[in-house]
Design a protein around this ligand. Structure first.
Ligand SMILES: [Zn+2]
Length: 342
């Protein structure tokens, strides 16, 4: 696939193409920006553009996406193209020194078919100290035919010594309308679902393309059920729901959904930008809640949920956190507890 297949990043891609056309490629480039917005995919397209057997005939250098070389790069079987990334199944995903050493041994040899041996290092911020030092030595004296493309969503976590040896290119999150359009085109989902996913993932196209919309919609419905007045007025229901969610390990996820719903409600209450509302199909209900809800209490709940999320990895009583959230939400929505006369 050519660069045009990528959602957003027009500026970064134009710059890369200008660099390609003018033969100004450095030995190491660093792509940084939010997670899952298309940085690695752009790196793959760059590798393809450099090796394509049938490059586009326009004035900008681009790949065809169909030739043997393009397909081999996509499948990671091209003899001059290597990918290093953390083991996603490891408890602490890291890039180990052995992985860097292995690539260094490959880079000693001249490219087999193309002009460059290309090494893509994804999540480069996950290099161990040993791996980073090994890589640094190579970056200090890179073989003339080598090209490193480092990708990171946590620039601050990448050693400055490595950063300073790369030509850095910043990637910004694509516009939400672009993500929506891409989802409609590539996933063939209805516009309402595409909009929902684009807001839900905050424009992270990589995530939006991989989540299952049916599953996300099912979770949304569960969340909407939880905030129904008849659920919140009964203290007994609150306690049993909190217990079952905590027991099935779904507390964190539920809190995240509640936070999304509360944010929407606050936007409605302060007459904010409707474009930012996730549950747009619930607007009528949100307006009804808004009439009797208390913004201050809602904002406090949001704050508390955020704090809980930060503590979630440490010892935390999730059941109690859920109970508290539901009880405070009941208060924020001015719902009278069942059995108490108003
Ligand atoms: Zn090609």
């Amino acid at each position: 696939m050519p660069f045009a297949d990528i959602t957003g990043h027009e500026q970064s891609i134009s710059l890369l193409q200008a660099i390609l056309c003018n033969g100004r490629l450095a030995h190491a480039h660093l792509f940084y920006g939010e997670a899952r917005i298309g940085k690695s995919m752009t790196a793959v397209r760059l590798a393809q553009a450099l090796n394509c057997e049938q490059p586009s005939q326009t004035e900008v250098q681009d790949s065809c996406g169909r030739c043997r070389s393009c397909l081999q790069i996509a499948a990671r079987t091209h003899p001059d193209y290597f990918v290093i990334e953390p083991d996603p199944n490891a408890a602490t995903p890291q890039i180990k020194i052995e992985q860097v050493r292995e690539i260094e041994q490959q880079l000693v040899y001249l490219p087999l078919v193309g002009e460059r041996k290309i090494c893509l290092i994804d999540d480069a911020d996950r290099l161990t100290i040993g791996a980073a030092n090994a890589l640094l030595k190579t970056l200090e004296e890179p073989p003339g035919h080598s090209l490193f493309i480092l990708v990171t969503s946590r620039l601050h976590a990448l050693p400055i010594t490595i950063r300073s040896r790369c030509q850095a290119l910043r990637f910004t999150t694509p516009a939400r309308t672009q993500v929506e359009a891409a989802l409609i085109l590539k996933q063939e989902i209805p516009p309402a679902d595409a909009r929902f996913l684009a807001v839900f993932t905050d424009g992270r196209i990589g995530e939006a393309l991989t989540v299952n919309i049916a599953e996300v919609r099912a979770r949304q419905q569960e969340c909407l059920t939880l905030v129904k007045p008849e659920r919140l007025t009964s203290s007994g229901t609150i306690l049993s729901v909190a217990e079952s969610l905590a027991k099935t390990d779904r507390g964190e996820e539920t809190l995240a959904w509640l936070a999304r719903w509360i944010r929407d409600l606050v936007i409605v209450m302060v007459d904010g930008d409707q474009d930012q509302i996730l549950h747009l199909d619930q607007l009528a209900d949100l307006r009804r809640y808004a009439q009797r809800a208390n913004v201050d209490t809602l904002l406090t709940i949001l704050n508390d949920i955020e704090r809980t999320e930060q503590q979630a990895t440490r010892h935390l009583n999730m059941q109690m956190a859920l109970e508290t959230t539901f009880l405070r939400l009941r208060e924020a929505l001015s719902l009278v507890p069942a059995g108490v006369s108003a």
